[in-house]
Design a binder for this molecule. Sequence first.
Ligand SMILES: CC(C)(COP(=O)(O)OP(=O)(O)OC[C@H]1O[C@@H](n2cnc3c(N)ncnc32)[C@H](O)[C@@H]1OP(=O)(O)O)[C@@H](O)C(=O)NCCC(=O)NCCS
Length: 336
Amino acid sequence: MTHPAHRIVELAPDDDLFPSWCQVWAAAGRDARPDDPPRPAQEHLALGRELLAPGGSRDGTHRAVLVDGAVAGALRLVLPLKDNPSLAVVDLAVHPAARRRGLGSALLAEARALAAALGRTLLVGEVDEPGPGAPGRAFAERHGWSCDLVETRRELALPVDEDRLAALEDAAAAAGAGYELVTWRDRTPEPLLSDRALLERRMTTDAPHGDLPVGEEEWDGDRIREHEGTHLARGRTVLSAGAVAGGRLVGFTDLQIPLAQPVLAHQGGTLVLREHRGHRLGARMKAAVLRELAAGFPEVRRVSTYNAEDNTPMVAVNEQLGFRPAGVLSSWSARL
Ligand SMILES: CC(C)(COP(=O)(O)OP(=O)(O)OC[C@H]1O[C@@H](n2cnc3c(N)ncnc32)[C@H](O)[C@@H]1OP(=O)(O)O)[C@@H](O)C(=O)NCCC(=O)NCCS
């Protein structure tokens, strides 16, 4: 490993260097998945502003590694404030042209020092692995991180086969008689807000998390509104469907569409409360948002989703809809 002369600097979303910092992520994204539009700078900008604004549910800080004055690598550290007080989430990337020269390791050392100074003792990070040999895996292993969760990414080519979708809708409607299906866009209807918060909390306990040492998250209506605002600020619209029984929201699914380049939509969370499982509500809600997607955004070509392989019911729904495997997302952790 040769170590070029480099310098690590702190930066903020409105600094002159920030656009180059965003370009590192875009270049890393294009390198890993050439067919996907890279995350637009607006996403990093909005997230960055949210992390630095007081009063939110998480804090954060940004660093760039400079070589000859140019940004060659990017680090974002995210610190939950309402739960998981020992946790720091590490997000880092090095420009493909500047790799294997120790810059990633320098940024990781910086992340460890920052986290320790902020009183955090547990680091977690994710690695996108489109196929075997993804650099992030070798890097994480080299630094002694443990792989706690592997989720399969699946993609659905659009439009969905009409017969397949109609068959699934019919079966799901029959199994879920007694549940009302509701849809909304971007803003959870006020009467369902506190139920929606409970569902988000359950996402952190009920969805399989492998060995990831993260705890239950604290969600209330205000945090849901903050979360919704972040999506809008990032330039995403969110199509949601929910299942209602006795006036209470007992399940939801979210589908996010990046508006600047609406080519690839991202499946967000999907959850049905334990006591309401077994009625095919997950399938019914997912079919409903796919209908909304086709009606409102016919230009979207693909949907991506992530599932732990032991999440059998969710994987089965996705396979029925026609989702097919497209690599994995691994989650890693290290103790300080
Ligand atoms: C992972 C990443 C940050 C590594 O950056 P980097 O500057 O190349 O990392 P380093 O030069 O410090 O690598 C340190 C060691 O990690 C291992 N490593 C890194 N990339 C590797 C690769 N492609 N193949 C095998 N080993 C690799 C090696 O042991 C390397 O030491 P060596 O070069 O002396 O053999 C970079 O590849 C990247 O941005 N990937 C995409 C984003 C990502 O996966 N981020 C990590 C998630 S938080």
